[in-house]
Design a protein around this ligand. Structure first.
Ligand code: GLN
Length: 290
């Protein structure tokens, strides 16, 4: 080039075009913006206001490497190692599932319960089973100023990532993260949340590559019928849930009836919450009025 500086605007358009040519990329312009922003140290929505800023050769080289990974099918959240959930930015590790918008249904349902039963200022005790990046527990702690929370994950790496996210997002002193089997570390809670693995083992191979190749299998694989985690978790709620408490379990869109039945067979009341697409997404488990 003749010494003319490359601008962010030009680079953004070239990058979007390049990603659009890759078949696996559904949102090329948005992905380009997020990846470029991560290199130049701006928020993605600031980038469009800086179209005339010059880009250095060094930045171009780094951006090029990220675009290459994206074009090859790696998800944006994995490339930048972060994903937004409930308006908070969570850092990710290889051992943590990328938080999904559907899981915000868990937060809405749990906050609805808290609002109904005495308000958000109470000193609530929360437990998150299979906490991953800590998204569910940390989002709840951010809304419940006097709550404390225990996050449990089988993966040591996930517990470490969740602990770091909690500290960074200002709830480190009100949370504890441990790895291991939940049955051994948990005590009574007012609110239990969980987004356990719920995909049938045989279905995992058919998932989109962004999920299949990049999300941890431990966070996806629910066993032969996808229900192993619920069969493990629901019986422990007898001990785990305070008599007036409730658990909010994320489910696959077609698992509502069967998980509700598992809860009722264990002596609980069960209610359903839908996600923004209208799918059954969260089963609320409580002791009802017994
Ligand atoms: N909702 C995730 C997906 O669609 C599955 C997460 C899980 O099993 N908890 O891939």
């Amino acid at each position: 080039m003749s010494g003319d500086a490359v601008t962010l605007g030009a680079l953004r358009r070239l990058a979007a075009k390049r990603l659009a040519e890759a078949e696996t990329v559904d949102t090329p312009a948005l992905d380009a913006r997020i990846l470029i922003a991560s290199v130049v140290g701006m928020a993605p929505n600031e980038l469009v206001l800086a179209d005339y800023r010059a880009v250095s050769m060094e930045e171009i080289t780094r951006i090029d490497a990220l675009l290459e990974r994206r074009a090859a099918g790696e998800p944006v959240a994995r490339i930048i190692g972060a994903r937004e959930f409930w308006g908070l930015s969570f850092r990710l590790e290889a051992e943590t599932l990328v938080p999904r918008p559907d899981s915000e249904t868990v937060i809405e349902a749990a906050l609805g319960f808290v609002d109904r039963t005495g308000g958000r200022d109470r000193p609530l005790r929360l437990i998150d089973i299979g906490t991953g990046s800590g998204a569910l527990l940390i989002a709840l702690l951010s809304e419940l100023p006097n709550a404390i929370g225990l996050g449990i994950d089988l993966s040591v790496g996930a517990a470490r990532a969740a602990r770091a996210n909690a500290a960074r997002l200002g709830v480190g002193r009100r949370s504890l993260f441990v790895s291991g089997y939940f049955a051994e570390s948990a005590r009574q809670a007012d609110v239990v949340v969980s987004n356990p693995p719920y995909i049938e083992s045989a279905v995992i191979a058919t998932l989109p590559a962004e999920v299949r190749d990049f999300d941890p299998r431990l966070a996806l694989d629910g066993g032969v019928d996808g229900l192993d985690a619920y069969r493990a978790i629901i019986p422990t709620l007898t001990r785990l849930l305070d008599p007036g408490g409730a658990a909010f379990l994320e489910i696959g869109f077609d698992q509502g009836d069967v998980v509700r039945r598992l809860a009722e067979d264990a002596g609980f009341d069960a209610a359903m919450h839908r996600d923004l697409s209208g799918h059954d997404r969260v089963v609320e488990v409580s002791r009802g009025l017994l």
